[in-house]
Design a protein around this ligand. Sequence first.
Ligand code: WT7
Length: 665
Amino acid sequence: MSEAAQNGRQDQGLSALHHEIRRFEPPSKFVDQANAGPGIYAEADADPIAWWEKQAESLEWAQRWSEVLEWKVPYAKWFVGGKLNVSVNCLDRHVAAGKGDRVAFHWVGEPEGDTRTITYAELKDMVCQAANALTDLGVNAGDRVAIYMPMIPEAMVAMLACARIGAPHMVTFGGFSSEALANRILDGDARVVITADGSYRRGTQTALKPNVDEALKQCPEVRTVVVVRRTGQDVEWEDGRDLWWHDVVDRQSTEHDPEAFDAEQPLYIMYTSGTTAKPKGILHTTGGYLTQCAVTHRLIFDVKPDTDVFWTAADIGWVTGHSYIVYGPLANGVTSMMYEGTPDAGGRDRWWKIIEDYKVTILYTAPTTIRTFMKWGEEHPAGHDLSSLRLLGSVGEPINPEAWMWYREHIGGDRCPVVDTWWQTETGAIMITPLPGITATKPGAAMRPFPGISADVVDDSGHSVGNDAGGFLVLDHPWPGMLRGIWGDPKRYEETYWSRYPGRYFAGDGAKRDEDGDLWLLGRVDDVMNISGHRISTTEVEHALVGFPRVAEAAVVGASDDTTGQAIVAFVTVKGEVSDEENEGGALVDALRAHVAKVIGPIAKPRQIILTPDLPKTRSGKIMRRLLKDVAEHRELGDVTTLLDSTVVNLIDEQLQAGGTGEAD
Ligand code: WT7
């Protein structure tokens, strides 16, 4: 049997997903897509280069490019010879167009009542002052600046100030450890760090500056630390190195003459964890990146700059925050929300209160958060007027159909289209997504490549798998927002992304085309299990488990097994408490196994189901499947420094040792 055929056969189980498929057809009363028409796909397909060129024209360039794309596999240059300034595109041009009084963003601090509203004109002034300060501190174009901040306006100001002077920023999520920060500062060789004294999280003050102090013990090259006063807590101070933001920024002029930089000037480095211990510094540049951020934001979220209040509920420390809190929305001159805290700070309805108070129209968040809200109960959103919402987005992991439907019904009031958007730190901006008002949507499917983007699903040997079959996702043409490399490590760049299928970008994700040819993302391929020679997606088993009414969240791993190669181990959290009675003799676990067998087939029945009060997640909210795999295989645990709560692991491990789980017959 050919490999392709084999893939097709192994993929039979995936068709179980089809039982749940519903199609939601456009148009929608709430999304009119004044920004694009149904002809957009045909236009982009006919000439993708010309299409991207047209998109770039909506930015303000100081000098036009001579060539749209120069592609020497795997190195791309977009808008060759073009010059622009990213911060001018995000700020000055809107002010010059008379939009200075428009709100750039409403900021909501975690402590109730702690809010700020900042217009485009104000943001421009703040950014110019910060840019002048950085220049005074000796930061030149090309110098890397590390940013380690909470979700406060100054974080955005710092990023834009760096962009304005052509100094690539390296933002490290404020929840990362000092060790992680030090590794990034060293790898990127940053000499200046911008941070804050601390921040608020779940009602308490957390400290950031001590982490920087600790990190800098390993980073002798760092000469300047600029500290924003957020909480007013006591901080250690190293004279000559540490400076208060308000001392160095506030006295600066609000005038700043921006330089136009090459379209390939580095804009930022964002570190992302790979399969090895050392995170990869993903490098992004300016012209192509900003073009793709702006157009994806405009079309996928159908934005109307005059009326929308757009909210990406993510942290600025992740790529989602970079592209869809900062660069996309500002390039489009839209009003955004920025919220400092956790979803349950001040009550489990905090988000819904924010949406009601600010009349948020578009919400963009992650499936894991949606499932948390499901667990908390629909009474929380139901207690608020969410009628301002007209569009919902999801990103970060495969969204199971139940969560998608819950999002649509309980947050979107059954009227808002849901767009499931697939992309990665490496892609810079959204790549696979429906276009609301144009493309039909299906719960759980990212549907199709964005106009101008080309993706394929291939088998092991690189052949496109037809419809109704699964394989690996590849991107077979360069795109404007693509990473330009891994900082300081071209070899790793070439090997990680371009060696598996030479000339094509290997995303590391499994994907499936359904019988209509629409795309479903199935999770990382390292999470695809092989059970007795059958390929079964962890995601699919998770979908099945979450489809069981009592289940809140599930994580599935393939644990090595002497007989079957791999065996399925599921970690499951249920809604509310499990009584002894409910799981008497493992009754609940048996019912779950039977349910999975029913939905997918007996082959997908988990060998073991471990009931746990919580799942271990990274600070960005991703379930740590690799770690669960280690737990399931009783291996020594690897690096758990990014764990949200390491006690969860101990708990699971204990249960496993105690045998309080359902073992297969
Ligand atoms: C990985 C990239 C892109 C912003 C946040 C994550 C998974 C992302 C989806 C989606 C299924 C998704 C993939 C991808 N992923 N979005 N809509 N459906 N999977 O960025 O940390 O670089 O992670 O997240 O596995 O490879 P990231």
